[in-house]
Every structure is written in structure tokens, then in C-alpha cells.
Design a protein around this ligand. Structure first.
Ligand SMILES: [Zn+2]
Length: 344
């Protein structure tokens, strides 16, 4: 056999081996801030939380507003969650909510909780970004998934777009289309901040359909701000997941949220429901509260003294009392998140 034939044979063997390998291993991974994790290692996962919430640039420039030892306080909060069985947290904090991926990597390393960072945008678009195109946004978001965030190698594992009570604004539409296009390039799934009492998800889904997004890779967040089972069922029928991710929440009571979840479980949708709290361990210290100020940290802790553990301590026992079997409860926070990241 000549050298040419021999190398051709090697190439064929290599190519075959590669294909066979690909066929056997359908293992999926998700980017955590410390690197890729196999989806079957995610464990008990909360799909929409925050480590801290502020505004773009605050942790990097005005970190004194976060108080002394704030990183230590976040680590303690995470260690407590880990000790009670929380393995993974999606930190839904985008750039405009004061994301700090260096802090996220440090607290993940120190607490042992996997942290998944998001790219995309929430509702705070600065004036001079009005006018960026969908493709410009897509470039920014893709880079944070493929290369890393803010000059680090810590990558995002999820895309996020947002609209609220006023529906999808023209600027938010550019971001949403940018998120869709970054999804098409990377395959990373999408979470949508939505206003479920106003059925804003219908508009968001229509735009994602125009961008040819596979809706099995999309979750509609804050879906338990409504008790309208008919609307929620419509979203599920489109293929999306529901983020049942405000607990205890406001306006709609915690009990009403749980009854809505039970109704959807009874209708056979347990595999598409993702419970979480939208809780933040840390907020800015506000010493000049006015009518327009967000709730103080004290008020928040009074409303939810269990933090990331409210679902385990309050919601799951209630669901159990309503007749939901233990196996289904596990499905909600273990199998559901894994299936979401695997695109099932
Ligand atoms: Zn949130």
C-alpha cells in the first residue's frame, strides 16, 4: 500500500470512529461559570434566581453600595442552600441587572453550588443603545456564550430577553430577535421575562416563531404571576416550558400559585414546569427610600424567610398535601431542568 492510500485509510478510519462515537454518546453539556457540566450532573436545579441585583457597573465601580463582605454573605447563602440539597442555580442576572461573572465564579467555587450565568438583556436599556440592531445584539450575546463574559473565560449557559406590562417595545423586539439569532448560532436555550397577566407571551412567541426558534428550547418565566390555566396551557401546547418562578411572589398569593401548578400537573404537564423563586441573596442598601424605591432587603426577607429553600420547605409539602406524589416533585426540579437543557 502506497503512502497516499495508507493516509486515506487512516482518514476513513478516523472519520468512521468519530461518527460512531458521536452516535453512541449523546451526552449534553451546559456552560456553568466554572466550565461545562454534563446535564445529568445538574441535580436539584432552581431555574430562575439571583445572587445579587443592582444595575450595570455597580459591582465593578460602586461595590461599596453592596456593603462590607458582600461576597462572603453570598457564599454563606449558597452554602446554606447546598446543605439543604440545592445543587445548581441559574443566576438570571443580565448585564443591566449588575451581573458580575467574576464574583459568580468565585462564589460557585467556594460554595460548591453550580452557577449558570445568562446573556441577553432585562428591561433596562440605556439611551445610547436604542438603535442597536438585532444582529448587533446577537453578536454580543454569541460571544458571551462562545468565548466568555467581560474578558473572562466564564461563559453564559442561557439566553434571556424581557418584556413586561406594556408588551414588546420596538427596542425589546430588537433584543428578542438578537436572542433568537444567538440561539440559532449556538443552540443555547432561551428564558423570557414575561408579563403573564397580560398574556405578553403570545407576542414574544410570535416573534420567536418568525425567527424559526424551536419552542422546546424556550421557557416563559414568571408564568405563575397568573392563575389563568387556559393561557398557560396554550403556551405549553406551543412546546415551551413554564417558569413557575415567583415564590412566594406578590399580588397572586403563594397558595394560588401552588393550586395553579397542581392543576397543570393534573393535566399532565409536570414535565414542562420549572419551579423557582426569583429570589436574590443581596440587594443594594437603600438609605433614602422613596415611593419609587424597590422593596428593602428587610421587607423581602420578611416575605420570604426561607430564600432559595421556600419551595422545598413550603411549596413541596403543600403539593404533597394536595396529592402530588414525591416522584413528581423530584421531576420538577431535577428531570425538568435537565430536559430543558437537553432540548427535549
Ligand atoms: Zn429575576
Amino acid at each position: 500500500m502506497g503512502w497516499k492510500n495508507f493516509s486515506a485509510l487512516i482518514i476513513i478510519l478516523f472519520a468512521n470512529g468519530y461518527n460512531i462515537g458521536k452516535g453512541v454518546h449523546t451526552m449534553a453539556t451546559v456552560n456553568s461559570v466554572l466550565g461545562p457540566i454534563d446535564t445529568d450532573k445538574l441535580g436539584f436545579t432552581l431555574m430562575h434566581e439571583h445572587l445579587m441585583v443592582s444595575s450595570a457597573g455597580i459591582p465593578q465601580v460602586y461595590d461599596r453600595l453592596l456593603g462590607d463582605d458582600y461576597i462572603e454573605r453570598i457564599v454563606q447563602g449558597l452554602k446554606k442552600a447546598k446543605a439543604s440539597g440545592i445543587d445548581t442555580i441559574v443566576d438570571a442576572t443580565t448585564f443591566d441587572l449588575g451581573r458580575d461573572v467574576t464574583m459568580m465564579a468565585e462564589v460557585s467555587r467556594r460554595s460548591g453550588v453550580n452557577i449558570i450565568a445568562v446573556t441577553g438583556w432585562w428591561l433596562e436599556l440605556p439611551r445610547f443603545l436604542n438603535g442597536l440592531s438585532a444582529d448587533q445584539f446577537a453578536d454580543l450575546f454569541t460571544r458571551e456564550i462562545e468565548e466568555g463574559i467581560a474578558g473572562t473565560s466564564n461563559k453564559a449557559g442561557l439566553l434571556k430577553a424581557a418584556s413586561d406590562i406594556e408588551g414588546v417595545s420596538p427596542a425589546e423586539e430588537q433584543i428578542l430577535r438578537g436572542v433568537a439569532r444567538a440561539y440559532r448560532r449556538t443552540g443555547v436555550p432561551i428564558m423570557l421575562h414575561s408579563y403573564s397577566p397580560g398574556q405578553v407571551g403570545r407576542q414574544q412567541i410570535a416573534i420567536l416563531r418568525e425567527e424559526a426558534v424551536d419552542l422546546r428550547h424556550v421557557k416563559l418565566d414568571h408564568s405563575n404571576d397568573t392563575t389563568d390555566v387556559e393561557y398557560l396551557t396554550w403556551i405549553l401546547e406551543q412546546g415551551c416550558y413554564l417558569g413557575m418562578d415567583r415564590y412566594p411572589g406578590r399580588i397572586t398569593s403563594s397558595q394560588a400559585r401552588t393550586r395553579t401548578m397542581k392543576a397543570l400537573i393534573d393535566a399532565g404537564w409536570a414535565h414542562r414546569l420549572l419551579p423557582s423563586h426569583d429570589y436574590s441573596l443581596l440587594w443594594l442598601r437603600l438609605e433614602g427610600l422613596t415611593q419609587n424605591s424597590p422593596m428593602s432587603q428587610e421587607e423581602r426577607e420578611k416575605r420570604n424567610p426561607h430564600g432559595y429553600l421556600y419551595i422545598k420547605k413550603v411549596v413541596f409539602p403543600q403539593l404533597k398535601k394536595l396529592g402530588v406524589p414525591e416522584a413528581v416533585l423530584n421531576q420538577l426540579c431535577i428531570d425538568g431542568p435537565r430536559n430543558f437543557f437537553e432540548g427535549k
